[in-house]
Ligand binder design. Structure first.
Ligand code: KG4
Ligand code: ZN
Length: 379
């Protein structure tokens, strides 16, 4: 599908054209956000008030709905893309109705429909993008394709204690592990990333080796809470590499080797110890590299986003390490760590606030299953 050239909407968002609007002097905007990049269908309504004083008013989450497909995919040990797409089709419209009802809002009040344009599963993305653009076209409102990782990265702005720019962001999801310097919305500099598996993948793959369910991260964390993190000496890949890159694929192999040494039926204690030791290895590297990124950039604020950001041990260790160095760490609300529609609506709202949107209203759209965050403005 071609990218849109963007003709005028019947009701343009007040600040959809940055050539005409100065940032910070915007009308109030209601943004519906639709997330469907993987195995969660998320819909949310976020509003940003008009800002007369030139400051960006903080966005408010008015309602959100989420359907997780975890139970559906569990039998297969991972996400089945075709099943994911079909389920998004089933869930999206009922969720949208529910969110509007919960917010006491009507379709007519929507100013902008934001959807996840990528990265993610192509079929799943197409469901959300198709629904969002159809809705926008029917309402005569603009649609905006949002970068999924930008959604994660900005999600702490919906927390009670939001960060201020600039900050270092540790993005830890199922598919990405990156450290970014964030100067403002859309101004991202990649500092380091994984050269192979993501941290979330390391949790998921270890969980699978231990026979835990899908998704593996929360299950491994639960088992780890009963184990001894010093029981097994597992590698901390690239810990002393001097750069800000990560590598987690060797860890999975080390866990596999340990498991084989334990024989056919490891005891409950051995399994918990192995889970705790794996979690400690992942957390050690994430904490050390985050601190190094703060030191290298001279910044004092860290934002942690993405599913692994829900991990309690990671939070405890990051809190400890940042406090000891006079730095602050900001997290999204726990419910907004994993995929959700609120972060997509929020990213749409914050982009609209700053006039950073290429809105389109001609019903055309595309999705970008692979889309590096530092190329966000390229397409
Ligand atoms: O951000 P997310 O919901 O989806 C992607 O965009 O990938 O992240 C999902 C990842 C999965 O790998 C999942 O196992 C992991 O986040 N995860 C956790 C926890 N909750 C979710 N990993 C460790 N501890 C958790 N509590
Ligand atoms: Zn995600």
């Amino acid at each position: 599908m071609p990218a849109s050239s963007g003709r005028a909407c019947t009701k343009p968002v007040p600040h959809c054209d940055d050539s005409q609007q100065a940032p910070g002097r915007l009308g109030s905007v209601n943004v519906l956000g639709i997330e469907s990049s993987c195995d969660e269908t998320g819909v949310a309504l976020v509003s940003v008030a008009a800002s007369a004083d030139g400051d960006h008013a903080l966005p408010v989450l008015r309602a959100q709905g989420l359907h997780t497909q975890a139970a559906m995919h569990e039998a297969y040990g991972g996400v089945v893309p075709e099943l994911a797409s079909r389920d998004h089709i089933r869930r999206l419209l009922p969720l949208t109705r529910q969110v509007l009802a919960d917010a006491g809002a009507t379709l007519a009040e929507l100013d902008l429909i934001a959807y996840t344009r990528g990265p993610g599963l192509a079929g799943a993305l197409l469901v959300g993008a198709g629904a969002a653009v159809a809705l926008a076209t029917a309402l005569g409102r603009p649609a905006l394709g949002v970068h999924h990782l930008e959604g994660h990265l900005l999600s702490p702005f919906l927390a009670a204690d939001p960060p201020q720019f600039p900050f270092v962001a540790l993005l830890v999801s199922g598919g990405h592990t990156q450290l970014m310097r964030v100067d403002d919305v859309g101004r991202y500099t990649l500092l380091g990333e994984t050269v192979d598996d993501a941290a979330g993948e390391a949790f998921d793959k270890t969980a699978k080796l231990l026979g835990l369910g899908y998704p593996g991260g929360p299950a491994l964390a639960r088992l780890a809470s009963r184990g001894d993190p010093r029981a097994f000496a597992l590698p901390r890949p690239l810990l002393h590499s001097g750069d800000l890159d990560f590598s987690f694929s060797g860890l999975k192999t080390a866990v596999w080797t340990q498991l084989r040494k334990l024989g056919e039926s490891p005891t409950a204690t051995q399994r918990a110890d192995l889970a705790a030791s794996t979690q400690a290895a992942i957390v050690d590297v994430l904490v050390a590299k985050s601190i190094r990124a703060l030191q290298a950039s001279g910044l004092r604020r860290l934002v942690v986003a993405g599913g692994v950001g829900a991990n309690c041990e990671l939070r405890r260790r990051l809190d400890e390490a940042t406090t000891a160095r006079g730095c602050r760490v900001h997290y999204p609300e726990p419910a907004l760590c994993t995929d959700n529609g609120a972060m997509i609506a929020l990213a749409g709202a914050m982009r609209a606030q700053r006039g950073l949107v290429r809105l389109h209203c001609d019903g055309a759209f595309d999705v970008r299953p692979r889309w590096p965050l530092d190329q966000i403005e390229d397409a």
